[in-house]
Write a protein that binds this ligand. Structure first.
Ligand code: BGP
Length: 484
């Protein structure tokens, strides 16, 4: 007998693109929307960090306020996605459009209607929505009144929000993700971005002392419980729902074969990636997490019933973002010798983007195998891409061959992973239309197949145009990943 080995992307593979409400929609104070945490972050640059404000300052540029105006232009944008042949579109819902303060008793009909309209346009184009319920934002009132996810009461507000979405959009939306990059809360810059907690000692997004480990891991525990409750509830509302987790996969190689480095890389993988994956996929905290908490002096308040909730609310599929990899070393001197990239040590074998994100397509194959062999759940790569500065030619064309090259190499490695046996069901490259960068708040860090005329200061016509990569990706989709 011989084994049947896949030869390429499966039929019905979900090709598409990914976005998030606060980086795309704009209309921040329209349609009854409340202020969201993302509406309180100023623009930054590669070197100047974004800042968090507690009131709106008229002199500041808040990138989410207009973003790329998807709020008014969604039909045009979705038609362009349809033209590329998208099978799936990942978008998020702005929580504060539905519950302006987070703890309101009734949802906003106008907010719900907006997404009815968006989903109707997607349906027209034959595009399946993939909805992130909370992508780096929450109603700002929850930050002010409860200090965000540090307060257990926010769990119930979130679950009520989910219940509203599930009942309204059942039969229209099948694929859901409970939280974007939930593991960002394992790191200080996740405090406000993902945790909606007002940072301690300094309002810079990158402030390394923005919260105690205790506060952040407690907030993360609340998100785990909220996610598990949402999964269980979602399945009771519509058994056809597929509800997944979303992890920012931080791929860290040992810098050398020194066992100290190898072990350190494994520990980073455990805490950075598998802590969240294990809780959401297996329904319990792994042993290494408990040890880590004990060593850090973190004592989680786990309420009665939480452990059962986690077990009953495990996800249906695993999704992640993947952009780059770094190296780690147990030797502190290496930082000086080898060079520090923005997220770890430099890998001498890799090139990096202008924002110092190292480009490592094979790392994607490694991650897909690493995760699939652990969980054996269907997987989706829901973010991947190259943030780059694009140049518009005199005739309006944009020759983004560097972006094509990046995506082509990553798609090749996804195919290898499928041949390795990984059950990969979809791919939604990040920022399929140019949008605001989450990390820096810039417009010039672009990922799109579709160009949007807007600059870092927020000026421009907002007109859309097709880059070279638009035509390339269209062929990739129509050939099911064969014409690269
Ligand atoms: C992920 C976020 C996205 C997105 C992306 C690119 O971490 O989920 O929201 O923005 O990173 O990052 P950046 O926008 O900083 O280039």
């Amino acid at each position: 007998m011989s084994y049947k080995i896949p030869t390429g992307f499966p039929e019905n593979f979900l090709w598409g693109g990914a976005t998030a409400a606060n980086q795309l929609e704009g209309g921040y104070n329209e349609g009854g929307k409340g202020l969201s945490t993302s509406d309180m972050m100023t623009a930054g640059t590669h070197t100047v960090p974004r800042r968090i404000t507690t009131e709106l300052l008229p002199t500041e540029n808040y990138p989410s306020h207009e973003a790329i105006d998807f709020y008014h232009r969604y039909a045009e944008d979705i038609a362009l996605f349809g033209e590329m042949g998208f099978k799936v579109f990942r978008l998020s819902i702005a929580w504060s459009r539905i519950f302006p303060n987070g703890d309101d008793t009734e949802p906003s009909e106008e907010g719900l209607k907006f997404y009815d309209n968006v989903f109707a346009e997607l349906k027209k184009q034959g595009i399946e929505p993939l909805v992130t319920i909370s992508h780096y934002e929450a109603p700002f009132a929850l930050a002010q009144k409860y200090n965000g996810w540090s307060d257990r009461r926010v769990i119930d507000f979130y679950v009520k929000y989910c219940e509203t979405l599930f009942n309204r959009y059942k039969g229209v939306v099948k694929y859901w993700l409970t939280f974007n990059e939930i593991n960002i809360l394992t790191m200080p810059f996740g405090t406000f971005l993902a945790g909606a907690m007002l940072p301690e000692g300094g309002m810079e997004l990158t402030n390394p002392n923005s919260s105690s480990d205790q506060a952040r891991f407690q907030a993360l525990h609340h998100q785990f419980v909220a996610s598990a409750k949402a999964v269980k509830l979602g399945h009771s509302i519509d058994p056809d729902f597929k509800i997944g987790c979303m992890i920012a996969y931080m791929c860290a190689y040992p810098l050398t074969s020194n066992p100290d480095d190898v072990l350190l890389a494994q520990q980073k993988d455990n805490i950075g990636n598998f802590l969240c994956g294990d809780v959401q996929v297996r329904g319990e905290y792994p042993g290494f997490a408990k040890r880590y908490f004990a060593e850090k002096g973190v004592e989680l308040e786990i309420a009665e019933g939480d452990e059962q909730t986690l077990l009953e609310g495990t996800v249906d599929f695993y999704t992640f973002s993947y952009y780059s990899s770094v190296c780690v070393s147990a030797d502190p001197e290496q930082e000086k010798i080898g060079g520090n990239m923005s997220m770890g040590l430099k890998n001498p074998y890799l090139k990096a983007s202008a924002w110092e994100w190292q480009i490592d397509p094979q790392g994607l194959r490694w991650v897909l195998n690493n995760v699939y062999n652990r969980y054996r759940l269907p997987m989706m790569v829901v973010e991947n891409g190259l943030g780059a500065v694009d140049e518009v030619q005199a005739d309006g064309s944009i020759h983004d061959d560097y972006r094509i090259e990046y995506l082509r190499e990553h798609i090749k490695e996804m195919k290898e992973a499928i041949i390795d046996g990984v059950d990969l069901i979809g791919y939604t490259p990040w920022g399929c239309i140019d949008l605001v960068s989450a990390g820096t708040g810039e417009m010039k860090k672009r990922y799109g197949f579709i160009h949007v005329d807007k600059d870092n200061e927020g000026k421009g016509t907002l007109d859309r145009s097709r880059k070279d990569s638009f035509h390339w990706y269209k062929k990739v989709i129509s050939s099911n990943g064969e014409a690269l």
